[in-house]
Write a protein that binds this ligand. Structure first.
Ligand SMILES: [Zn+2]
Length: 291
């Protein structure tokens, strides 16, 4: 059985999201343990999922207690995002449905998540993937568009790929969460911090990123570098772009395709130096003009 995949946006550091890859048996054990510790004395009313209304489009089902028109900007934005993700990554138009549970307020959302996933800290949004359902949980808030774009990207990736390496999962979600018609995927904060780090001795390390398998191993800098590798592949080098797209294609059927770094170096033996130069220039007006 496919393990549960929990991805969530942080409330205090919203530019970071976290993915927990948790075996369902372990998750159940955590729930049972917490129940024993609390003595199951919590008599608060059970919060139910928001399912009064639904809007369904291709590969997207949004459940909510607030009625949404199918042409609501939030819905059309996710439709456009799906088109962009599938076309950019050359994924098929058909795939598993991603269900979004959109709570009308943060209070109900947080209470539901606390009941359903009591071991997890409060967060703005979650993606939970299993063989049963690809689900996104979030609420109406100021960052709902960005959060939905990020989590829906996770959903689409897990709908189409047999396996999604952690660094690539987060790198692509960070890339596609950026809205706008220019499709730059540019995270301004990341580009500023990476350019600064590059001028202060930081060195990229894709090999280390590829070894990360659990979210608690990842720091904010790791999310930032994962995004940067994706951005470099998409905009910094035609060889790297083709390598990434080929890697994604293989991930559709092969859950063990080997290290991405090996393919990058095969395509360009000087890729590390090229990437470093690209990152160093990300925060300049001429960045992203090369490809
Ligand atoms: Zn994420």
């Amino acid at each position: 059985m496919m393990p549960n995949l929990l991805a969530f946006r942080t409330a205090l550091t919203p530019s970071i999201s976290v993915v927990l890859r948790m075996n369902p048996r372990i998750l159940r054990l955590v729930v049972i343990t917490l129940c024993m510790l609390s003595g199951c004395r919590n008599t608060a009313p059970i919060v139910r999922l928001p399912i009064q209304h639904s809007v369904q489009t291709d590969q997207l089902l949004v459940m909510s207690d607030v009625k949404l028109a199918s042409d609501h900007p939030l819905i059309t934005d996710l439709q456009s995002l799906r088109t962009r993700v599938t076309q950019t990554l050359r994924l098929p138009q058909e795939g598993r449905m991603v269900t979004v549970y959109l709570f009308s307020n943060e209070h109900d959302y947080q209470r539901y998540v606390a009941q359903r996933f009591p071991a997890l800290p409060p967060r703005r949004a979650y993606f939970v993937g299993s063989s049963h359902e690809l689900a996104v949980y979030t609420f109406w808030g100021q960052r709902v568009r960005e959060d939905l774009r990020h989590e829906f990207t996770h959903g689409l990736l897990h709908a189409h790929l047999a396996y999604v390496p952690l660094w690539l999962d987060e790198g692509l979600a960070e890339y596609f969460e950026v809205a706008g018609t220019n499709a730059s995927g540019l995270q301004q904060d990341y580009s500023i911090q990476l350019a600064s780090a590059a001028s202060n001795g930081w060195q990229p390390n894709l090999a280390r990123l590829e070894q990360l398998e659990q979210v608690w191993q990842m720091t904010r800098d790791d999310y930032q570098e994962s995004w940067a590798w994706v951005h470099y592949c998409m905009h910094g080098s035609s060889e790297a772009r083709n390598t990434l797209l080929g890697y994604v294609q293989e991930l559709r059927t092969n859950p063990n395709p080997g290290k991405f770094q090996d393919r990058l170096r095969q395509a360009n033996p000087h890729v590390d130096a090229h990437f470093f130069s690209y990152v160093s220039a990300l925060n300049t007006p001429t960045a992203n003009a090369s490809y």
